[in-house]
Ligand binder design. Structure first.
Ligand code: PLP
Length: 376
């Protein structure tokens, strides 16, 4: 936890649980990414953290925005973005929402199926469209496969069809899966995209854009490569497959821009055992799967957790949330240790929680309010 967040927590003692986001850290992450991946235009994936302060700050820095809904479009337009800087990247949209976005001036849309393409043709004539292809997502800690994208051969047919329908077939997108730890995944996907460019050029359709999605990591428990290494892998892959004629490149970071900027402070509600002789104690926090830590589902995302007030020897624990749903266990299989002298009422800090936490919190399951965010 950095000094700025520590000082905020010490000075204000906000009610827990809460998420504190350091906007300077988000700004730095944006600057570092644009420095190393200078070939790409950044479209911040708003769903990662839709705090208006984050959108405002990134808009001022020149970021574009990847949105999934009318709510996110309005959020961006209301906080400094212009419609030409918005990509409606969800492949699953209501036709009336496409029409609304088009009326608001949005001209860039994703699709991955013929029925969605037909909707776009009907209510967003002439818009730039890109087709999302399926990729395996191997190596990703939070995969996004299966639900999105279509086979590249189908995507080629659909992009040809897009032109016939009066749309502008702009390019191809993919997402290698979130928190992707294998840098080779971008090379594979970009190779597939380059072959699609070649195939379509034969029918005189000249695609101009490759959207490499998100997937860059935040610093959870595992070791990760740094942004420079990710950017290098992507740049090398683009050069290898496209040579000197690089297309427009879009990158849609969510997790890597905001993840490391946030700390959730929570409080220990109960420490207990089950009387079954197991050596693992249960530690129940006031934050859980339903008020911010949804990505602990299947123990996929393994946050760093600290109890700074205690120095006792670490003991193995099962960590659970406060609700009356038995799914609200954060870590049971994954080994976690907390100080043996941990007490009820102690503060526990969950690090790198700036992404996919507040935006995933339920509106009030069991009467627990959604996670409060402080942007400082
Ligand atoms: C969620 C999402 C992203 C962000 O992915 P991260 O792995 O968080 O960077 C990017 N693009 C699309 C289309 C998304 O749905």
């Amino acid at each position: 936890m950095n000094n700025k967040i520590a000082r905020f927590l010490a000075d204000n003692a906000p009610a827990t649980p809460c998420l504190v986001v350091d906007l300077d850290v988000v700004g730095q992450a944006y600057d570092v990414l644009t420095r190393y991946l200078s070939v790409a235009n950044v479209y911040y994936a708003v769903k990662a953290n839709p705090a208006p302060e984050i959108v405002t700050m990134l808009a001022q820095r020149g970021s574009n925005f990847d949105v999934a809904s009318l709510g996110e479009i309005e959020l961006c337009l209301g906080n400094g973005a212009t419609p030409d800087r918005i990509s409606f990247g969800n492949t699953i949209k209501k036709e009336r929402d496409i029409a609304y976005a088009y009326a608001a001036g949005v001209r860039l849309f994703a699709f991955d199926s013929e029925p969605e393409l037909q909707k776009l043709a009907r209510v967003a004539p002439g818009a730039r469209v890109f087709c999302r292809i399926l990729v395996s997502c191997e190596g990703a800690e939070w995969p996004l496969s299966r639900k999105f994208g279509c086979d590249p051969a189908m995507a080629v047919d659909l992009l040809a069809k897009a032109r016939d329908l009066g749309l502008d077939p702009y390019g191809v997108s993919f997402h290698v899966g979130s928190q992707q730890t294998d840098l080779g995944q971008w090379d594979k996907a970009i190779g597939v995209v380059a072959r699609m460019f070649t195939l379509l050029a034969e029918t005189d359709i000249n695609l101009r854009m490759v959207n490499i999605g998100g997937g860059f990591p935040a610093q959870y428990r595992g070791k990760i490569s740094n942004v420079a290494q990710y950017a290098q892998a992507v740049t090398d892959a683009l050069t290898k497959h496209f040579g000197n004629q690089l297309p427009d490149v879009i990158v849609e970071p969510g997790r890597s821009l905001v993840g490391d900027s946030g700390v959730i402070q929570s409080e220990v509600i109960l420490i207990s055992d089950k009387g079954d002789g197991a050596d693992k104690r249960w530690v129940y926090l006031d934050v859980g799967k339903f008020n911010g830590l949804a990505e602990t589902m299947d123990e996929s995302i393994r946050y760093r957790i600290e109890a700074p007030a205690r120095q006792g020897a670490p003991r193995p624990v099962i960590i659970a949330g406060p609700t009356c749903d038995s799914a609200d266990i954060l870590y049971e299989k994954t080994e976690y240790r907390l100080p043996g002298d941990l007490q009820v009422g102690d503060k526990v800090e969950i690090l790198s929680t700036g992404a996919y936490t507040a935006s995933y919190a339920s509106v009030g399951f069991n009467g627990f309010p959604p996670l409060r965010t402080y942007c400082i």
